[in-house]
Design a protein around this ligand. Structure first.
Ligand SMILES: Cc1cc2nc3c(=O)[nH]c(=O)nc-3n(C[C@H](O)[C@H](O)[C@H](O)COP(=O)(O)OP(=O)(O)OC[C@H]3O[C@@H](n4cnc5c(N)ncnc54)[C@H](O)[C@@H]3O)c2cc1C
Ligand SMILES: *[C@@H]1O[C@H](CO)[C@@H](O)[C@H](O)[C@H]1NC(C)=O
Length: 414
């Protein structure tokens, strides 16, 4: 079997790695000349780590990244409202602990493993402009420096991100959902938050100056790199955003620093969306991760949800390749992954975002999630269950749809 993976982002590379390890021929086509370096995903929670373990890359990720010890919500003046602690609550030997390992490290790591396999090709400067299929195969038309190429495979998977041409080829500009009015700016910043005794992840609740500050390197003190992501007015240009940035940091960062007290090494404005494609499967063409669905980054469900797609889709394609699943298993992929987006990822990520936009003075009385956290702070078992439940909420085992002739023959209720 041969699969064309469109996009060498984290989801495409992980899919290529898992499938190629099972002997499926893979051709990755990537529009850019090299891996993307924008400041994006940093934290992966248990359901994603489960797939990274299965792909055989988790040990290296734990070695190169770090395990955050907790998160909390604060008022603009830094006062702690409530938090969630992992230390002493999540068992030391739990194999799927949340890990922080920014994309600019994860993608090179995945690529290195992919390139070690003989049955994978990765082709850069390959921009997919058209897709098509018939009863026996699917294809992509690709613009390359050497001209237009047409590549064929049994399946094409669009892992080509938010502006997916594979999705556009299936549904045009239709991408149901909405775009938030707010825009956000994601920065990687060296600043000593430890002098203020901040948690590894901090969410500042404020209608205007809301932001998130998360340690993204294993270091402490002045050497620690932090992801500072803050809200901004919509409609500002990159230049306007850059001009406003020193005032924003002076206003909301603890210690009210001047520009010579921190160092920004990455600056990326983003519009944020809650959207899910109408279908994740049309015949031999599939969508996964950002190409399939988007959510805002507060709470880190974006790529985590994408990686869970990849794990499930891999099981489906491997089942077909090994002759233990029929093609209709891909309809289960389509239905289940959309259901989980609609019932879990979309509502939880939306709540995470609204939570930082609310009035901090009444948040502890009004916010149901904060009330639960307040209780969990005094009850380790409740806190543990709360933190570990995310995995089951996002995962789905598609191997249950592998052919189980005996089981079906003997169950009369089926
Ligand atoms: C500020 C910010 C913070 C985030 N933090 C987190 C976090 O902590 N945890 C988390 O889980 N998620 C987070 N996310 C979300 C996460 O970054 C995305 O979900 C993730 O990058 C999606 O991966 P992907 O592989 O689906 O798409 P992408 O990373 O967008 O990769 C798509 C690839 O496809 C290529 N491509 C596009 N079009 C074509 C074409 N026509 N032909 C060929 N190739 C093409 C692109 O060049 C790119 O390399 C965050 C996002 C943002 C913006
Ligand atoms: C695609 O990549 C492979 C290596 O992975 C290379 O041998 C081949 O020449 C590339 N094809 C094109 C058209 O760039």
């Amino acid at each position: 079997m041969k699969v064309i993976v469109v996009g060498a982002g984290p989801s495409g590379l992980l899919l290529a790695l898992i499938l190629a390890k099972q002997g499926i021929d893979i051709e990755v086509v990537e529009k850019a000349v090299t891996l993307d370096k924008q400041p994006r995903a940093t934290h992966y929670s248990a359901p994603a780590v489960y797939e990274l373990v299965r792909a055989g890359v988790a040990d290296e990720i734990y070695r190169g990244g770090y395990v955050p010890q907790g998160a909390c919500w604060r008022k603009l003046d830094g006062t702690r409202l409530v938090g969630i602690t992992a230390t002493g609550v999540i068992p030391e030997d739990y194999p799927y602990k949340m890990v922080c390992y920014p994309l600019d490290k994860l993608c090179p790591l995945l690529l290195k493993h992919v390139l070690e396999l003989p049955n994978v090709q990765v082709n850069w400067s390959h921009d997919v402009v058209k897709i098509g299929q018939d009863d026996t195969k699917a294809w992509v038309e690709v613009e390359t420096p050497a001209g237009l190429r047409k590549l064929f495979a049994d399946y094409v998977v669009g892992c080509d991100g938010a502006r997916s041409n594979v999705r556009r080829g299936l549904f045009g500009e239709e991408f149901p959902g909405f775009t938030w009015d707010e825009q956000i700016v994601a920065t990687n910043t060296y600043y000593d938050f430890d002098q203020f005794d901040w948690s590894d992840s901090n969410f500042i609740v404020h209608p205007e100056h809301y932001f998130m500050a998360a340690r993204i390197s294993p270091h402490r003190g002045k050497k620690a790199l932090w992801r500072v992501t803050y809200g901004e007015l919509a409609g500002l240009t990159r230049e306007q955003l850059l001009a406003r940035q020193p005032d924003k940091f002076r206003t909301f960062l603890p210690g009210h620093p001047e520009p010579d007290q921190y160092k920004i090494v990455n600056f990326g404005p983003y519009r944020i969306h809650q959207r899910c494609a109408e279908r994740l499967r049309v015949g031999r063409i599939l969508l996964a991760a950002d190409a399939a669905h988007l959510c805002n980054p507060f709470g880190g469900l974006g790529l985590t949800g994408g990686i869970v797609d990849i794990g499930g889709l891999s099981d489906c394609l491997i089942g077909i390749h090994q002759g233990v699943a029929s093609d209709s298993i891909l309809d289960h992929y389509d239905r289940v992954r959309r259901d989980i987006y609609n019932n879990v990822v979309n509502p939880i990520s939306s709540e995470n975002f609204r939570r930082v936009l609310q009035d901090p003075e009444i948040a502890l009385e009004k916010d149901e999630f904060f009330k639960i956290c307040l209780k969990a702070e005094k009850d380790d078992e409740m806190s543990r269950n709360m933190q570990l439940s995310v995995k089951d909420m996002l995962q789905h085992d598609f191997t249950q749809y592998y052919d189980k002739k005996e089981a079906v023959d003997t169950t009369d209720s089926a």
